[in-house]
Design a protein around this ligand. Structure first.
Ligand SMILES: *[C@@H]1O[C@H](CO)[C@@H](O)[C@H](O)[C@H]1NC(C)=O
Ligand SMILES: *[C@@H]1O[C@H](CO)[C@@H](O)[C@H](O)[C@H]1NC(C)=O
Ligand SMILES: *[C@@H]1O[C@H](CO)[C@@H](O)[C@H](O)[C@H]1NC(C)=O
Ligand SMILES: *[C@@H]1O[C@H](CO)[C@@H](O)[C@H](O)[C@H]1NC(C)=O
Ligand SMILES: *[C@@H]1O[C@H](CO)[C@@H](O)[C@H](O)[C@H]1NC(C)=O
Ligand SMILES: *[C@@H]1O[C@H](CO)[C@@H](O)[C@H](O)[C@H]1NC(C)=O
Length: 534
């Protein structure tokens, strides 16, 4: 009997390694990887890989697997990888080669550029043995072709009726956004007819089998429900998004498709709803659609609030926090990011490193699942990720409690989530004669630490907290000292290691200073790969 019980227990432990739900994902932090780019095979010539050429650099599922220590040691508990389906294999197009993995040819086959089925399984197994999750990007809205009349026999869907007929998108016309084709005449993106029952059932069967075979824990849906005109950004920023557009496929897939598709997958689904309007974007979160979406509205607000030069409009952020609370079915499940493959690197829209640190800190210390685009940490020396993991462990409700804004000015915002107070500013690196004060529920006898500098922070009478920026605009995270026990942070004792693989330490910042502009990407990549080679 005891024997049987043990077997049942170990089986349930095994199954808990996959089929992860939204609840399971809430406590994760995600490192986003472009499979071709994160790590090159041993001995590869780094100089041969010029990211600007839009061609393959040679990363694979194996090279990710061989370089997981770096990600785990930084505190990440999940990775999100490029789509795994077979891509276009023909000659180079005017928009380069499909190194990004989004130019789907036959969705039912694996992308052999990235490895074999055994390689993908080995990556999944290695992640699970480290207690980490695997999120896979999936593209269902469209396939890729070079004409408006491609040979359908090479695709997963071979019938003309399984696609919408060709028409260029008329932006602003929802029917057209939903049914017409993305891309242009150089690279067309034939629109799969997700209203066709044969498509729905084939996609459902496919995703169910894929998730089971590779023990995938979550899906990131390259769904594309775009309303470009609502992304309110500086013109140069907007241009960059548009330039990405040929492969940043983006538009409506009808909403009814998602509950069936994600239901068949049986795992957490987070969708890319490329829309800065909270009301528009958040209608895609909930039982009628997806578990969560990537938080483009918050991203847009973070750009408005923190980018330098920029609007430096803190009200955009406080306003967005209020809107998301009101319109999201669960803000703590949304995906928080500052960079991804469809928006520019932060360093190319904001020159001041303090702007990055403050905006990133928001993503870690407020509601939602933090996502970091590979290489971004090269400009960030932070221990926010280990802190978040510790708070998840050490408290019952940090994850599910919702953020409360304590006070805000044009230059700064103070907010509280659980028992942690975060104070952020947009003044940038130069000293500024600015202070922000906030009232907290803390007693003035409470001992607290700013964990980004490991210094004690005095709470004033009536629980007041005051932060000044005479040495520049650093983010501040105030944690009551009793919450830091067993965190390994700021001289507090480390957690007891469980199975030899401990989760602590901050990300190193090798040679990251002073980097900005378009070369940041190349330099970040090179620095990262070099760091990995050590
Ligand atoms: C919107 O697009 C659809 C599909 O292309 C088209 O049939 C319809 O006439 C368009 N509506 C308007 C108002 O332009
Ligand atoms: C195709 O690509 C070329 C080279 O980038 C560009 O000049 C041209 O405008 C594109 N054609 C179409 C139809 O978009
Ligand atoms: C700042 O953002 C708020 C809220 O989104 C907006 O109403 C206001 O017009 C913005 N101010 C400026 C100067 O752009
Ligand atoms: C959280 O708790 C788990 C299980 O006790 C442990 O394995 C893990 O190391 C802890 N993580 C942190 C960051 O304390
Ligand atoms: C800082 O600002 C305060 C209030 O605006 C002013 O009284 C003070 O002189 C300023 N200090 C410096 C060093 O500029
Ligand atoms: C504390 O708060 C109360 C109520 O807001 C106020 O009357 C009092 O003056 C405050 N005391 C101090 C020392 O700021």
């Amino acid at each position: 009997m005891q024997y049987l019980l043990n077997i049942l227990l170990s089986l349930s432990l095994l199954t808990s390694a996959y089929a992860a739900t939204a609840e399971d994902w809430r406590k994760r932090s995600i490192y986003q990887i472009i499979t071709d780019r994160y790590a090159l095979p041993q001995g590869a010539d780094l100089n041969a890989c010029d990211p600007a050429k839009q061609t393959f650099c040679g990363g694979t599922w194996n090279t990710i697997k061989d370089n997981l220590d770096y990600i785990q040691n930084a505190g990440f508990t999940a990775i999100w990888i490029s789509p795994v389906s077979q891509n276009y294999q023909g000659p180079r197009t005017p928009y380069g080669d499909p190194y990004h993995g989004y130019w789907i040819a036959d969705a039912s086959k694996l992308n052999d550029r990235f490895g074999t089925a055994d390689d993908l399984k080995a990556l999944s197994d290695e992640l699970h043995s480290r207690g980490m999750y695997l999120m896979v990007d999936v593209v269902v809205n469209n396939v890729m072709a070079l004409s408006t009349k491609p040979d359908l026999s090479t695709y997963m869907f071979k019938q003309e009726s399984q696609y919408h007929p060709y028409c260029p998108i008329d932006w602003g016309n929802t029917t057209s956004e939903q049914n017409c084709w993305l891309g242009d005449l150089n690279v067309t993106l034939p629109d799969v007819n997700t209203q066709d029952p044969t498509v729905v059932s084939a996609y459902s069967a496919w995703i169910k089998a894929l998730v089971q075979e590779f023990n995938i824990d979550g899906l990131r849906i390259d769904g594309k429900f775009v309303r470009m005109a609502t992304i309110h950004t500086a013109p140069s920023h907007f241009d960059l998004i548009v330039r990405h557009f040929p492969y940043a496929a983006a538009k409506h897939v009808d909403m009814q498709f998602w509950p069936q598709f994600c239901g068949a997958a049986g795992v957490y689904c987070i969708g890319e709803v490329f829309d800065a309007d909270a009301g528009q974007a958040l209608q895609w979160q909930g039982k009628q659609a997806l578990d969560a979406i990537l938080n483009y509205p918050a991203y847009n607000a973070l750009v408005s609030a923190f980018a330098i030069p920029g609007a430096q409009n803190m009200s955009a952020l406080t306003d967005m926090i209020a809107q998301v609370k009101q319109k999201s079915s669960d803000p703590t499940l949304l995906g928080n990011f500052l960079e991804d493959q469809d928006v520019p690197r932060w360093a190319s829209i904001s020159v001041d490193p303090q702007s990055l640190w403050n905006a990133m800190t928001f993503n870690w210390m407020s509601d939602g699942i933090p996502i970091l685009y590979y290489g971004q940490e090269q400009g960030f020396n932070g221990n926010a990720d280990p802190l978040r993991n510790h708070l998840i462990n050490a408290t019952d409700d940090w994850l599910t409690s919702q953020v409360q804004v304590l006070s805000s000015t044009q230059e700064a915002i103070a907010f509280m989530k659980g028992n942690v107070v975060t104070v952020l500013t947009n003044v940038g690196s130069p000293p500024a004669n600015v202070t922000i004060a906030a009232r907290t529920p803390f007693s003035n006898s409470l001992s607290t630490t700013d964990i980004l500098t490991c210094t004690q922070f005095a709470i004033g009478s009536n629980g007041s907290v005051e932060v000044e920026y005479s040495k520049g605009g650093r983010p501040v995270i105030l944690v009551p000292d009793d919450l830091l026990d067993n965190s390994g942070l700021c001289g507090h004792e480390a957690p007891q290691p469980v199975s030899g693989k401990s989760q602590q330490g901050a990300v190193a910042t090798s040679g990251a200073s002073g980097r900005s502009g378009p070369m940041a990407f190349a330099a970040g990549l090179a620095a990262l790969v070099l760091a990995l080679a050590l």
